[in-house]
Ligand binder design. Sequence first.
Ligand SMILES: [Zn+2]
Length: 466
Amino acid sequence: MNVSVKFLGGAGSVTGSRYLLTIDNFNVLLDAGLFQGLKELRLRNWHEFPVDPATIDAIIITHAHIDHVGYLPRLIKEGFTGPIYCTEPTADLMELTLMDSAKLQEEEAEFAKKKHYSKHENPEPLYRAEDVEDMLPLIRRKDTDQRIKISDRVEICFRQSGHLLGAAIVELFVKGDREEKKIVFSGDLGRDSDVMLYPPTPIDEADVLFIESTYGNKDNPAFDPEGDLERVVNDTVKNNGVLLIPAFAIGRTQVLLHYFHKLMKQDKVPDIPVYIDSPMAISATYLYYKHPKYHKLKDFNERVFAQEMETNMLVFVKNSQHSKSLNDLKGSAIIISSSGMMTGGRILHHMYHRLKNPQDTILVPGFQAEGTRGRRLVDGESTLRIFGQDVPVLCKVANMKSLSGHADREELFKWMKNFKKKPKVVFTIHGEGKDLEMYGQAIRERMGWNVMQPKYLQTVSLFEGI
Ligand SMILES: [Zn+2]
């Protein structure tokens, strides 16, 4: 029996995670991510998929971020009909993120048509909401820590990775004619001491390891998000202003909520209204109640402590009329809205109205990529272009980097040190540029492992004649 892997993305890039394993005649795709960021990468979403989707037997998904699942509906559209394995929360979150993604794709195609900037007469979206709907019956929801048979010769097991609700490491077992081999995909690994999620599950052996590299060459800044938030909220309240926070709907919004709850309960900040102004963030928050097994905020009977996630004056803002009415809000309050990157969504109208107010504060959490509105804000630009107008930035701008959902260099090495023997080969995936090279070198030096940095579309034989 022979096993090989083809790198269809996430090789030399942090997006477009997709790895095709061929186990004799059985084709299984690990993740089906969308390429994001640079145009050169995004164009790959439009290339013909390197293998006929109808020939893929099964898909395994590690977690619901778009760079890991965003291509899935396209594969359905192009003829994939097999099972899609993932954890329960991933299945639920995926429905949210992919429906949202389909809507964005449809809007983009519509916009291109109106503005005539597409080469095509009738620009088509990558996929539509119908394709997401067609995908839903293919999803197989699986528990963690259990072996699941996906073919006569292949079994998988999901282990919590602590990166996002339901995010998993995948162990894959291949029964050869003579011996069993184990392949491990780390997926994205979370933090060691996340306030809501469990640390990544230790794995102690693998014949082949695919290790993520996102922060492989970076150390996360000192970890005191609670202290950072306390300072920013109190400063805003002193100015009798509104604190506006652009935040990712899944994960970051809930972590912020939990911290605000804690700070208010301990009287470290005043009890002021908190508005969650994002339909996706509201739906995602409910999913934390639905899946208590996958996070820490619960009692001994596995019931979620609502009071651990909810502040006293918490408002879920569902319709857009209510959202716009928040523009008249004066005095101390917190508004959390998306998109986290300030590229679209309700956050834009909030920014349009709030940036001009000297008493208000905008808190930009996390790293902001070059060329984004967030980066310009953090860099102190005096105006920001929103809805075709240059809006003066007169409010206070705070930046907070201590809320990362990714393991940093030392946390990645700590996880690798759980291995009791050397894997035969280790592939560094989901990373880019010089950082990726230095990370690979550090693994060679510190672990003594055989590291390979795969290239896009490269095929590598993993086992022959097993
Ligand atoms: Zn991720």
